[in-house]
Design a protein around this ligand. Structure first.
Ligand SMILES: Nc1ncnc2c1ncn2[C@@H]1O[C@H](COP(=O)(O)OP(=O)(O)OP(=O)(O)O)[C@@H](O)[C@H]1O
Ligand SMILES: [Mg+2]
Length: 361
């Protein structure tokens, strides 16, 4: 049996999807033995520990910082762990989403890790393009895809199936967590972990008005005494804290928008910006970005799933006979999509490999 999977190795989350767009997500965290550097645990179990904290023989790491590899050995082991979750499939065809600034050498390294993990066919696509498709759009449209992760933001400008630009900026959801952490330190002389700051951001944070007022209980340590304390924090306590990362994020998008050749502007502005990734879930970000940039900004439901959904969707319109192993298929996406659709028009009894399933949103 051939199993098609999509794989996205993010800074915060490892996401796997199958051809029907069922999504499996694990935190991208590993506990590594300080002496032997062997992985002691990965995923949800490892994420329960505090980042940076040392315990027993282990130390916590985030293996995919800034879209790059923390260490080849560890990445290979993590990839093997993830692929083992798909086994005992006889044959695995894996499409991996990669950052736009991944070097050919790094891509080749990633492919050999997949091969070593038992994947028989592997190929890649730029993350921002997969994200746009996963948000429900055809790769033939004109739009600006902005995928905001935890550590970075991938921006791509598409014009009728052609990718005009794609860049990665080092700004993401964690910069907003850091802003909360800093604010609590300055205002309350209290240290909270990045995990606590992230929870506050997700439950109370907003960059536009309208979020319902709410409070949550948090724990931290007083900077003066080091004693552990609990306190309640509410939506009003974090108003205005995101100014700096928000400005940097919007500037990153504006810089790309500014460089769109004049002859393409009208068509691209028709669809405007499509926001995806977990970072896009920040309350009011779509509205704020639209007001500042003066263009339409849309965000699909469950924006955090867009890359994974896009990988599933791409799998379903790839030509089944074509050997794609070891290739980056980004520039061919539009052609594959068009071919699959014209084939569908003339041949309704396509083989199961050619089945185009679009019921993903
Ligand atoms: N409801 C929410 N409000 C605000 N932020 C959210 C929400 N849900 C998730 N996030 C943020 O989304 C980020 C994780 O998103 P995602 O899984 O897309 O990142 P990633 O792919 O692992 O990171 P990267 O793409 O940078 O490697 C985290 O910073 C998280 O706090
Ligand atoms: Mg991501």
């Amino acid at each position: 049996m051939l199993v098609k999977i999509g794989l996205d190795l993010g800074y915060a989350n490892i996401t796997l999807s199958n051809a029907s767009a069922d999504i499996y997500r694990e935190p991208s965290v590993a506990i590594v033995d300080k002496n032997t550097r062997r992985i002691l645990s990965i995923g949800a179990r490892a994420a329960l520990k505090n980042e940076g904290e040392e315990f027993e023989n282990g130390v916590m790491i985030r293996p995919f910082k800034n879209g790059l590899l923390y260490s080849s050995d560890l990445t290979a082991e993590i990839v093997k762990n993830v692929i083992d979750a798909v086994k005992p499939a006889e044959k695995i065809r894996c499409l991996i989403a990669l950052p736009s600034d991944f070097l050919p050498k790094q891509e080749a390294e990633m492919f050999s890790m997949l091969s070593a993990a038992g994947v028989s066919e592997y190929f890649s696509v730029k993350r921002s393009v997969a994200a746009l498709i996963g948000a429900g759009y055809s790769p033939l449209i004109s739009a600006i895809s902005v995928n905001i992760g935890a550590s970075s933001t991938e921006i791509a400008v598409l014009h009728k199936g052609e990718i005009l630009t794609s860049v990665r900026e080092s700004i993401g959801g964690e910069d907003f967590d850091k802003a909360i952490k800093q604010h609590i330190l300055e205002q309350g002389d209290m240290n909270v972990s990045l995990l606590v700051a992230r929870t506050i951001k997700e439950h109370l944070g907003a960059v536009w008005q309208g979020r319902e007022s709410e409070s949550i209980d948090i724990e931290g340590t007083l900077s003066l005494t080091g004693s552990r304390v609990k306190m309640s924090i509410s939506t009003e306590d974090v108003v205005g804290v995101f100014e700096k990362p928000l400005k940097n994020l919007i500037l990153s998008v504006a810089n790309v928008v500014k460089k769109i050749p004049i002859e393409y502007v009208n068509e691209i502005f028709e669809n405007g910006v499509v926001l995806t990734g977990g970072g896009a879930e920040l309350y009011g970000l779509d509205t704020m970005m639209s007001k500042v940039l003066g263009i339409s900004v849309t965000k699909p439901h469950n924006a955090i799933d867009s890359v994974a959904k896009g990988l599933s969707r791409i799998h379903n319109f790839l030509p089944s006979k074509k050997k794609l192993t070891g290739k980056n298929i980004t520039s061919q996406i539009a052609k594959f999509y068009e071919n699959a659709h014209s084939k569908q028009d003339t041949n309704t009894s396509a083989s199961s490999d050619d089945d185009v399933k679009f019921d993903i949103n």
